[in-house]
Design a protein around this ligand. Structure first.
Ligand SMILES: C[S@@+](CC[C@H](N)C(=O)[O-])C[C@H]1O[C@@H](n2cnc3c(N)ncnc32)[C@H](O)[C@@H]1O
Length: 198
């Protein structure tokens, strides 16, 4: 089963205006995006080949920007947040297209709503990760070919976005009663699906 993670990064900057030595303090929390990417793809000594990652960057000065990472094109994964942030900074300078030295990373202009509608129209099954949802262990993934897991950032999803997902009947799936970091949730989802061997 293909695992597709969508992070709505509501404050992440949309221009190369942050400082690599202080990513968390200067980038509108692009550090969360970087950690999510590392946790989505990296397992002990190798890259997960069944994962795609999207982050919608919605911070200033020119939102939205859609950052995409595809495991199929990933020859190597940067192991530190700074290395990932450097790639994102390059992409924000380019504005649109693939990263010249790592084609697994791409940037475009697309809103959260458009991305969700696109993924739905492509026939993917979508779920919204929320602590008050249906227990992930009770959800039936076996028959699904590809699943999109939607996550909020440090602020969570805003009410309008939640309403939008509800209007599409996208179910809420829970990893437990505690609110975890988005990057931690990605590890937990990967681990649950690994156990199911899907
Ligand atoms: C750091 S949490 C958001 C915290 C934010 N203060 C809030 O109350 O929504 C980031 C995201 O991880 C996901 N998440 C966190 N804990 C979860 C859980 N126990 N089950 C499912 N998803 C979870 C949600 O998508 C959430 O928006």
């Amino acid at each position: 089963m293909r695992r597709i993670f969508v992070l709505k990064a509501s404050t992440a900057v949309t221009a190369p205006i942050f400082i690599l030595r202080n990513i968390a303090g200067t980038s509108g929390r692009l550090d969360i995006v970087c950690r999510c990417i590392i946790n989505a793809f990296l397992i002990n000594g190798r890259i997960r080949r069944n994962v795609d990652f999207y982050a919608v960057l919605e911070g200033p000065p020119s939102p939205p920007r859609l950052l995409m990472v595809s495991s199929e094109l990933l020859s190597h994964l940067p192991k530190s947040e700074v290395e990932v942030a450097r790639i994102i900074r390059d992409l924000l300078s380019i504005g649109k297209g693939f990263h010249p030295r790592n084609e697994a990373f791409k940037i475009d202009r697309m809103s959260f709503k458009k991305l969700i509608l696109y993924l739905k129209n492509e026939g993917y099954s979508l779920v919204y990760l929320h602590e008050n949802g249906v227990d992930i262990r009770k959800f039936n993934f076996a028959s699904l070919t590809s699943t999109v897991f939607i996550l909020g950032d440090h602020l969570g999803l805003d009410p309008a976005s939640e309403k939008f997902l509800d209007s599409l009947n996208i179910p809420r799936i829970s990893l437990g009663p505690i609110s975890y970091l988005a990057s931690h949730c990605i590890i937990l989802v990967n681990e649950e699906l690994d156990r199911l061997k899907v």
